[in-house]
Design a protein around this ligand. Structure first.
Ligand SMILES: Cc1cc2nc3c(=O)[nH]c(=O)nc-3n(C[C@H](O)[C@H](O)[C@H](O)COP(=O)(O)O)c2cc1C
Length: 201
């Protein structure tokens, strides 16, 4: 009598390894902005907004992005500290959606990342009053010049600039397959760890 076939390995429940692998694949393919992701937030009144941001760090603690803390997105996140992120990479035709709660990163973390940025990006963080009306076309270069003179060598992190960490409670993977029979699977965080549910496309 032949041996029964071994059971297939269980679907991995923790979504992080697959998310990191997809990000690495997008980088390896040389896609433009492989870490660009749509960030959806809602205001205190529940009005939605979405815009692109760059993922700067991802690990078991969550997904980190940086921004102006006086921007509309930061106001949304203070009022309702939850958000959804959405990546799309093509090729190979993959989407990843990540929903979760959002907390500010620590000052030490923001300082360390800020210090790693190029000089002009650090000056730009001082110069840009993100999402506020630009009074005239030369206002931005004027402020860049002003802060270049103020900070000739070391540029401190502006008090209005920092990061947020999204701690995932659900992660959904979508992968393009022939004839629109796409593969979808959602990972939801439960009291005993992650659960995995395949979905119709
Ligand atoms: C590819 C791409 C990446 C971006 N990355 C960031 C980012 O990491 N942080 C940021 O504050 N804005 C980033 N922006 C600009 C935002 O999309 C947005 O215009 C800005 O943050 C203002 O958003 P708000 O008014 O909703 O706060 C990026 C835009 C694009 C197109």
């Amino acid at each position: 009598m032949s041996e029964p076939a071994p059971a297939p390995p269980p679907a991995p429940r923790d979504p992080l390894p697959r998310l990191l692998a997809w990000l690495e694949d997008a980088r390896a393919r040389g896609l433009p902005e492989p870490s660009a992701m749509a960030l959806a937030t809602a205001s205190a009144e529940g009005s939605p907004s979405v815009r692109m941001v760059l993922l700067k760090h991802a690990d078991a603690a969550g997904l980190v992005f940086y921004t102006n803390l006086e921007s509309p997105k930061a106001a949304d996140l203070r009022a309702r500290p939850e958000a959804e992120l959405c990546f799309y990479w093509n090729p190979p035709g993959r989407q990843a959606r990540i929903h979760g709660s959002v907390t500010p990163v620590t000052d030490a973390e923001a300082d360390a990342y800020f210090a790693s940025r190029p000089y002009l990006s650090r000056v730009g963080a001082w110069a840009s009053a993100q999402s506020r009306p630009l009074p005239h076309p030369l206002a931005l270069p004027g402020r860049v010049a002003e802060f270049t003179l103020r900070f000739t060598t070391s540029v401190p992190r502006p008090p209005h600039w920092g990061g947020f960490r999204l701690v995932p409670d659900s992660v959904e993977f979508w992968e393009e397959k022939p004839y629109r029979l796409h593969e979808r699977v959602i990972h939801r965080r439960g009291p005993d760890g992650w659960n995995t549910t395949p979905l119709y496309p």
